[in-house]
Design a protein around this ligand. Structure first.
Ligand SMILES: NC(=O)c1ccc[n+]([C@@H]2O[C@H](COP(=O)([O-])OP(=O)(O)OC[C@H]3O[C@@H](n4cnc5c(N)ncnc54)[C@H](O)[C@@H]3O)[C@@H](O)[C@H]2O)c1
Length: 429
């Protein structure tokens, strides 16, 4: 039976490892020992994986001990690839994971990257590390025989979309690529049992580029609609109504304005722009899109301040209920949450912010207690409610109840993502 080591048990690595473990022997490795303890009890703090998925993965072994990685046939790397403060790629964790692989690899092993990287990373960063430490050759020529001594590589990007139960690994097209034709056959055989459809990319670099542009395109599309929404605000036109109208045309793509957080859409474009600058081309559109999207919390804040002034409500010490602070709907993840960025800015203005979020795991965000239901909130109390991230499961109760918690005389409703009908809020994007 094949031995597969998956490095990094996060949003990407865990579901993949569990699926592979239905038929293969899988080592689910993570450096976070607390996470490993939880996973051994079939607890996934991200809420992405159901109990029945854990139960179906008969042949999984979770560990933070590298000794179990020895001699795996496949190493799949799914560790974070964030950006540094200066927005350049931070490949520290990827390099660390690669060193770990290099120390445990054997002849004929296949190393697959699922982490998102800029074009060229697999072969210019990871392969040299593996070659140096393992003293194995890199098998990257089609002319080389199947049993050539060395290791293979591949880049097989992940398309998992947290909070999205429809587009799971087993239901979408999986892009694969490999260092030569033998690598491709091995990688295809690995994924064919767990993915609906396989697409073989012409090269590792092409697959790396394809992944990065999927998210860059999305970022740009949202940036465009964010910019349009600023224009329409000045023209006193409702953006959602414009989108509904334009959306009746067969080739209009519907995107909605909003804050872009998380660790993919708002991060991956910087990987591409870094590489682009590296080869002598300064991209304009991609960076402009990033700037617009990164500025949305400031734009919303400015509008909130303006409404306070118009309504003659004192902003300082005002009581605000902020609804939803994960980085997007239906996920527990608060990393790079633009809602939290907005809350931080509101607090700098000396407002009192309470948070309501029924889904996130934290009980406190920025030392603010997180209310998990309406139950303990004061009625007739808040000057303002800001609806930011509205999880599907709670939409109806929120709609039914929110008014009770607002002061009845003067109040403000900020509905960032148009969860309420247009006339119910003072501001929406
Ligand atoms: N989350 C997504 O929606 C998504 C989608 C597509 C691609 N990606 C990409 O996949 C990669 C992983 O993302 P994620 O969301 O799963 O991250 P995550 O933060 O949810 O999980 C990563 C895990 O890797 C572990 N880890 C870090 N360094 C390690 C090391 N050296 N050895 C072993 N484990 C280590 C962490 O403890 C963590 O549990 C990133 O490159 C990301 O851009 C993510």
């Amino acid at each position: 039976m094949m031995k597969i080591a998956v490095i990094g048990m996060g949003y990407v690595g865990l579901p993949l490892a569990l699926l592979l473990a239905k038929k293969n022997y899988v080592i689910g490795y993570d450096i976070n020992s607390d996470k490993i303890k939880q996973l051994k009890k079939n607890i996934d703090h991200t809420n992405e994986v159901k109990k029945k998925t854990f139960n179906a993965a008969k042949k999984i072994f979770f560990t933070n001990d590298p000794v179990y990685l020895k001699n795996a046939d496949f190493f799949i790397i799914a560790v974070p690839t964030p950006i540094k403060k200066n927005k350049e790629p931070d490949l520290k964790l990827l390099k660390k994971a690669t060193i770990l692989v290099a120390r445990n690899i054997k002849n004929q092993s296949v190393v697959i990257l699922e982490s998102t990287v800029y074009p060229g990373t697999t072969e210019s960063i990871c392969v040299p590390i593996i070659k140096k430490i393992s003293k194995l050759n890199y098998i990257n020529k089609d002319s080389l025989k199947n049993n050539t001594k060395g290791f293979y590589c591949g880049f097989c990007p992940e398309r998992v979309n947290p909070g999205d139960k429809k587009h799971t690994i087993d239901k979408i097209t999986k892009v694969i690529s490999g260092s030569n034709k033998h690598a491709i056959i091995k990688i295809k055989n690995l994924y064919k049992n767990i993915c609906k459809k396989i697409y073989i990319s012409s090269s590792i670099k092409t697959a790396e580029a394809a992944k990065i542009i999927e998210n860059t395109q999305r970022d740009i599309n949202i940036a465009l609609i964010n910019e349009l929404s600023k224009i329409f605000k000045l023209l006193k036109i409702d953006t959602r109504e414009v989108i509904a109208t334009a959306g009746t045309k067969w080739n209009f793509s519907k995107f909605f304005p909003g804050m872009v957080g998380g660790h993919c859409i708002g991060v991956d474009p910087y990987y591409l722009t870094y590489k682009s600058k590296n080869v002598g081309f300064k991209p304009n559109v991609i960076l402009a899109g990033r700037k617009i999207n990164d500025g949305m919390s400031n734009y919303i804040l400015k509008n909130i301040i303006k409404i306070y002034k118009e309504k003659h409500i004192d902003l300082v010490k005002s009581k605000i209920l902020f609804v939803g602070c994960s980085f997007k709907e239906n996920v527990t993840d608060t990393r790079n949450s633009k809602s939290i960025e907005l809350i931080t800015k509101l607090r700098k203005l000396k407002t009192n912010v309470d948070i309501l979020d029924q889904v996130i795991n934290e009980n406190k965000i920025l030392d603010i207690k997180v209310f998990k239901s309406f139950k303990n909130l004061n009625q007739n109390y808040y000057d303002t409610i800001i609806f930011s991230v509205i999880h599907d499961k709670f939409k109806d109760t929120l709609k039914k109840n929110y008014k009770k918690y607002l002061k009845s005389d003067k109040n403000i409703i900020i509905d960032i993502n148009s969860f309420l009908p247009k006339q119910s809020s003072d501001f929406r994007l």
